[in-house]
Design a protein around this ligand. Sequence first.
Ligand code: IFM
Length: 475
Amino acid sequence: MTDPRELAARQPANFVLGAATAALQIEGGADLRGRCGWDEFAEQPGRIIDGSTPALTCDHFHRSEEDLELMSGAGLDGYRFSISWPRVQPEGSGRVSSEGLDFYDRLVDRLIERGIRPMATLYHWDTPIPLEQQGGWKVRSTAERFGEYAAIVGERLGDRVADWVSINEAATVVLNGYGLGVHSPGEEQLFRAGAVARNMVLGHGYAVQALRSVPVAGRIGVTNTHTPVSPATDSKKDKAMAGLLDFVHNRLFADPVLLGRSPEVPRGLPLPMRLMLKSVSRMSRKDLELVSQPLDFYGLNYYFPSLVAAGADPTGMSPDGESEAAKDLPFRLLDWPDLPQTDFGWPIAPDGLRQISQQMAERYGTRLPPVVITEGGASFNDAPSPDGSVNDDDRVAYLAAHIGVAADLANGAIPGFELEGYYVWTLLDNWEWAAGFSQRFGLVHVDFDTLERTPKSSYHWIGDVQRARRGKTEV
Ligand code: IFM
């Protein structure tokens, strides 16, 4: 099912097919912004698999015209980018860098000139260092500063950005950054990190409040990563642990935002753990009101389903690296016996997108606004062939299957679940956090020595899908 015409025929006319990126993963230009937690984290020995840093990455900051040309070449309907907080506010509060804002101002104008819908994410993990030093997301003041920063960006870009995402993947920041320590800031608090989630949810609330009061013209949403969770067996223990992962991954953030209430701690867990989860997830009524302001859309990132068994993994392996803390987790993630994997070792399961969408529809009902798949994609480390082309047929198959499910959802496959589009992760091979440059998710290959960009076959394939949709040319 990789025929572009067949896929094009399944997508509704208003379906948005785009690509997503994040500032720290592609921009470089580090001398022209403040430092963030990830700059320091990457400089600590052993944190990043290949010892690389986000200082240069794809140098998009100086090559944005070339990258815009690439977006047009693939016929993208939308482009999701993130705004670097330390580029706009080098200290995370107070002083604003007008040069920093100018970069995004131009980018938005160029996108609109090309007919590409701009979706701006305000926070994709680059916490300014002064705020990190004051406690990062462990303290409420970071959420308050985030609201101020949102107002600054909203004032400048609010007349042109079509879609705003407050925070990207709070679940990943909390689980990987504060729970397991495999991401910045490298803390290993396990479930106590739940308290960090509360501040991130508050940050979202302050940002929505700020954007609404500017007011910005575009739509406002939030993005989180979701995974359908299954127990490895029918045993009580496996089921309880699957409930635990579902709670911290899928509900801790979404329930307060969408339902205006703290999530219910799953049954079957030992009492001390239940009490701890209850205390870290509880929010006051006033805070719940702040964080559950109505949204125009919900951004869902989907990569893979999770299979959970009770009992720790003695190797401490998590999908994003090895963690001492993971050895103390009461559960482990298992490989799915029948599913193929990407080069990152992530299971490939397009049906998981249907499952998680079904669960979201059941859980949130009419409280769930229209959904956008704000990220989905796969790491395959295909290298250029001798003739210079990059043939990533594995990525084409991955995207065809996932975008196919998205098209069915957009056509109303699940009653009450309204899907508007799919943003491929990602436009360019980039700096994949703790995995450095070792995992390539891009539609466009980047040579990290020369920074040369080479569109892969998946890029040409997306272009064919888009041309077929617009009925422009033979494909
Ligand atoms: O690269 C990341 C992105 O920054 C957030 N979502 C998952 C992607 C792949 O790991």
